[in-house]
Design a protein around this ligand. Structure first.
Ligand SMILES: Cc1cc2nc3c(=O)[nH]c(=O)nc-3n(C[C@H](O)[C@H](O)[C@H](O)COP(=O)(O)OP(=O)(O)OC[C@H]3O[C@@H](n4cnc5c(N)ncnc54)[C@H](O)[C@@H]3O)c2cc1C
Length: 342
């Protein structure tokens, strides 16, 4: 489905963490450098990710399919219990085996999005022929609201695309609410999370934000329609009841941390196909105004791996929109239109 060069651009672990392999050019290096220094990289944590094997099946997949076939610039190291506990003290390593991805990064998506405006300014500075880019914040109730104003409309509303009248009941997506808890180490605990220790990925994940701050996620409530980021206390305690035992089974010291707040989001999960669960892209004209002018497009179903896919698929979709040619998209991502919505 994807070309070699595209596949090599990113590598992924199973919960959507992404790793950028290499920089294409010094120009790109310059762009990223300007961007990173401007915003001090506060949305990315470069501490790597550690994944203990928790079952034999899990071990075989990680060892045979991931560690054996990893890209040279995105190493997955197979390590034993001692080495794992050197990285994260007191970590549980039930099968004496863990997988360490030293170059993996954690991205804080909200902060990342807040800096999109700086990206725009940086691009404008660096690309002389760039047109004026403006971000308008406006809530849309239906797609025909945008009918006359734009030559192309890309619907990238996440799970809320399902709530648009034109698309309701027509997209093959299932909603799934997820809660993430923020935990802190109280002042009376002196031993904090070591400075360069990696984040942890298992049945639950711990995204380390600093020596005394972490995010713990996430839950899976299928078919929820609740897209509110707010988490009432009852929902938060239910989420903690689910997440803490999972976290504790690999990182028992989680008992020292205290809950401070929770936040939530609604995933738009794509259907499982023979190629896996892939995002859904393509032209939407049939659903909106019945014309075939390639005006309305969908960029959806990013599921639980949006960070992995967004930039690369955004680039592909932009090319397809500019060329008014859906065939430029991989057929695996557009084939949903031939099937009935679930
Ligand atoms: C708990 C949880 C954990 C996750 N963990 C990971 C992870 O570890 N790695 C990973 O890669 N992905 C993860 N994801 C998935 C990732 O967040 C999504 O794939 C990604 O956010 C989808 O991006 P999107 O742009 O399609 O939709 P969204 O991020 O939902 O963005 C949609 C945007 O459209 C706006 N919008 C919606 N309706 C309207 C309207 N009517 N008018 C105007 N604007 C509107 C919204 O305000 C929002 O800004 C997780 C998701 C959840 C919920």
């Amino acid at each position: 489905m994807f070309s070699d060069s595209e596949c090599q651009e990113f590598a992924q672990n199973s919960d959507g963490f992404i790793v950028r392999r290499s920089l294409d050019s010094f120009w790109e290096l310059g762009l990223i450098f300007v961007f990173c220094t401007t915003i001090k990289m506060e949305f990315i944590h470069f501490r790597g990710i550690l994944r203990p094997a928790v079952s034999l099946k899990n071990f075989n997949v990680l060892h045979d399919q991931n560690a054996q076939n990893c890209l040279a610039s995105c190493r997955i190291e197979s390590i034993d219990k001692n080495a794992a506990q050197n990285l994260v003290p007191n970590l549980c390593v039930p099968l004496n085996s863990a997988f360490y991805m030293p170059e993996a990064i954690n991205v804080h998506p909200q902060r990342y999005l807040q800096h999109v405006k700086i990206w725009q300014k940086t691009c404008q500075l660096l690309v002389s022929e760039a047109k004026d880019l403006r971000l308008h914040k406006k809530s849309i109730n239906n797609l025909l609201e945008l009918a006359g104003e734009y030559s192309a409309v890309i619907v990238c509303l996440g799970s809320r695309a399902l709530f648009l009248p034109e698309l309701s009941g027509k997209l093959p997506l299932r909603t799934c609410r997820g809660v993430i808890a923020h935990l802190q180490l109280p002042d009376d605990i002196s031993e904090d999370y070591p400075d360069h220790s990696p984040s942890i990925l298992s049945d639950a994940w711990l995204a380390i934000q600093g020596p005394r701050n972490l995010y713990l996620g996430s839950t899976w409530e299928w078919n929820s329609r609740n897209y509110s980021p707010d988490v009432p206390s009852e929902e938060a305690s239910k989420a903690l009841q689910e997440l803490l035992p999972k976290a504790s089974s690999i990182y028992p010291d989680i008992k020292n941390w205290t809950f401070t707040r929770a936040t939530a989001g609604l995933r738009a999960m794509p259907p499982l196909t023979p190629h896996g669960s892939l995002p859904v892209l393509g032209c939407l004209d049939d659903y909106v105004d019945g014309n075939h002018s390639c005006k309305y497009w969908l960029f959806g179903g990013l599921g639980s791996r949006g960070l992995l896919y967004h930039a690369w698929l955004g680039k592909l979709l932009a090319l397809a929109v500019l060329s008014c040619n859906e065939d430029l998209l991989p057929s695996e991502l557009t084939s949903w239109r031939n099937k009935k919505a679930q």
